[in-house]
Design a protein around this ligand. Structure first.
Ligand code: ADP
Ligand code: MG
Length: 270
């Protein structure tokens, strides 16, 4: 039986008067990789922030549990060791070197004002080598390309060595070979017992996860295995039948359905 890494009960969120998430119940299994997909504005980033405890409490109703404990009751440092976070379009201190940025991931492991120890340096080196960012460890973040920078930020999240890793659009600016590397890294983390939750707009890559959460308009429409026909049906529906899920070269892929996107066709389909 799988245990649950993160549970969400009756989550609603609003910003100002706007309701952004509505009544979300979700259980994300431990030791698996779940991808969250849905159209722009569906509430994916907001949900991920709620799961990480990053939205102000006043904006959120409902409860989140991390590894069986209410998130709100876990002390911040302990939470930061258990749950690593990589946000969408995240900035970082640009004048820091890549090495120092990755070392930020070790802060929750270090005593107050203590210098990094052997384990911290080892974790940072391993993380930077994993994302192939080790070669530019002495360079400031401001001198890197978007994709290079993203790999340093990913290394920072990996350096935490948390049980649960939450990532919002982690593939932004990555070229195809590094996207493939990222898939292998996620698979290795999960094989080692970790839990990965990633918001992805690259649907074909999202289909390489174990499980998928399909969102639209602040709700979860479907949660299921990435290879299940019901999941593929939910995906095609949520993207207005403008993609088709096909099995190609042993993988599930989402292909654009270029002939079917005019309004007339949609009416006939419906
Ligand atoms: P997604 O990540 O799926 O694209 P988001 O969670 O970022 O969606 O946003 C969901 C909805 O909430 C969108 O309509 C967006 O405009 C709105 N929203 C997000 N953040 C804010 C904010 N800080 N203030 C007002 N509206 C917001
Ligand atoms: Mg988003």
């Amino acid at each position: 039986m799988n245990s649950v890494a993160i549970s969400a009960f009756k989550i609603s969120a609003s910003i100002g008067n706007r309701s952004i998430l509505q009544g979300i119940d979700l259980q994300l299994p431990a030791g698996r990789w779940t991808s969250i997909v849905g159209p722009n504005g569906a509430g994916k980033s907001t949900l991920l922030k709620v799961l990480a405890g990053l939205l102000p409490r006043v904006a959120v109703q409902g409860d989140v549990q991390l590894l069986g404990r209410p998130l709100a009751q876990i002390p911040a440092r302990e939470r930061a060791r258990q749950l690593a976070w990589l946000g969408q379009n995240e900035g970082s201190a640009d004048d820091l070197t890549s090495y120092d940025v990755a070392m930020l991931g070790r802060l929750p492991h270090q005593a107050w004002l203590a210098p990094p120890g052997t384990a911290d340096h080892a974790a940072v080196e391993h993380a930077l080598r994993t994302t192939q960012a080790w070669d530019w460890r002495h360079r400031p973040l401001s001198q890197l390309s978007g994709g290079e920078r993203q790999r340093v930020l990913l290394a920072r999240a990996l350096a935490v060595q948390a049980q649960v890793l939450l990532m919002d659009e982690p593939l932004a600016n990555l070229d195809p070979p590094h996207q493939t590397d990222w898939l292998h890294t996620m698979r290795a983390l999960v094989d080692a017992g970790g839990t990965v939750v990633s918001v992805l707009h690259e649907v074909s890559l999202a289909l390489q996860a174990d499980d998928m959460v399909v969102m639209a308009q602040g709700r979860v429409l479907h949660q299921g295995a990435c290879d299940a026909p019901e999941t593929h049906a939910a995906l095609e529906q949520v993207f207005d039948r403008r993609i088709h899920v096909r099995h190609l070269d042993g993988m599930w892929m989402a292909l654009p359905s270029i002939h079917r996107h005019d309004n007339k066709t949609k009416e006939i389909d419906a």
